[in-house]
Design a protein around this ligand. Structure first.
Ligand code: ATP
Length: 220
């Protein structure tokens, strides 16, 4: 049986609250760290799992830009969260074959952690709006608690139509950083600085591996 986030809170045997931040993380950036911190602190979570998608379904179409190899995206998440208490890497999507869907992420994490844990799926407001296009959104929202964090240009959950699967999501306003991985890749390709947009260890990794550079020969 799948307990909803609300129902699972009510049964009174929840031992920990785990935030799940899935993404392409190409690269992980300060916007990701800021929303994870905001939810971790405001909702008093036990930990936040960063879950890089091996093959994000949303970026699998032939017109979407290539995504960097999962080994780089995992390595950058490890560097970004190193020494930050409560932040952990999960390889649950990295190690699964096929396209990565959040419904499989949450289902696998539920099997791993059991029902004594509340799983809170953290989404930027742009991602929340897209939820109806995802695989099995209704099943997904039954298996976890949805938490939306504000993003410049994004919607508020209360402004969604009442039959939208993200309607009624918990909302954490967050720091509203105008940072995106798309902009970071563009800046690197144009030879611009990414100081303040990614942790310094991630900036060093990008440089060391020649990621996103115009003439990059790296495996992407
Ligand atoms: P891209 O520009 O390549 O689409 P992105 O910056 O949106 O990437 P993702 O890895 O796709 O990064 O995002 C993972 C999750 O983090 C999504 O839920 C997204 O909405 C959220 N997110 C990313 N950046 C921010 C931000 N600056 N503020 C709030 N949420 C964010």
């Amino acid at each position: 049986m799948e307990l909803t986030g609300a129902n699972s809170s009510r049964v009174g045997r929840i031992r920990s609250r785990i935030g799940v931040l899935g993404g392409t993380f190409d690269p992980v950036h300060n916007g990701h760290l800021a929303i994870a911190s905001a939810v971790f602190n405001v909702l008093e979570l036990t930990r936040v799992l960063f879950v890089p998608a091996a093959r994000p379904w949303i970026k699998a179409s032939s017109s979407a830009p290539d995504v960097s190899h999962i080994k780089h995206r995992v390595a950058m998440v490890e560097l970004a969260i190193e020494g930050r208490e409560g932040f952990e890497l999960s390889r649950v999507d990295a190690d699964r074959c096929g396209l990565s869907y959040s419904v499989d992420t949450i289902s696998d994490l539920r099997a791993e952690y059991g029902y004594a844990v509340e799983l809170l799926l953290i989404l930027g407001a742009d991602a929340l709006e897209e939820l109806p296009r995802w695989r099995e959104p209704e099943r997904l929202v039954r298996m976890c608690t949805l938490v939306c964090v504000g993003r410049p240009g994004g919607v508020l959950p209360e402004d969604l139509h009442s039959d939208h699967p993200g309607y009624g999501a918990q909302f954490v306003s967050g720091p509203m950083l105008p940072v995106s991985a798309t902009d970071i890749r563009r800046r690197v390709a144009e030879g611009l600085s990414v100081d303040g947009l990614v942790p310094s260890a991630v900036a060093a990794y990008l440089e060391q591996h020649g990621l996103y550079g115009r003439d990059s020969q790296e495996e992407r």
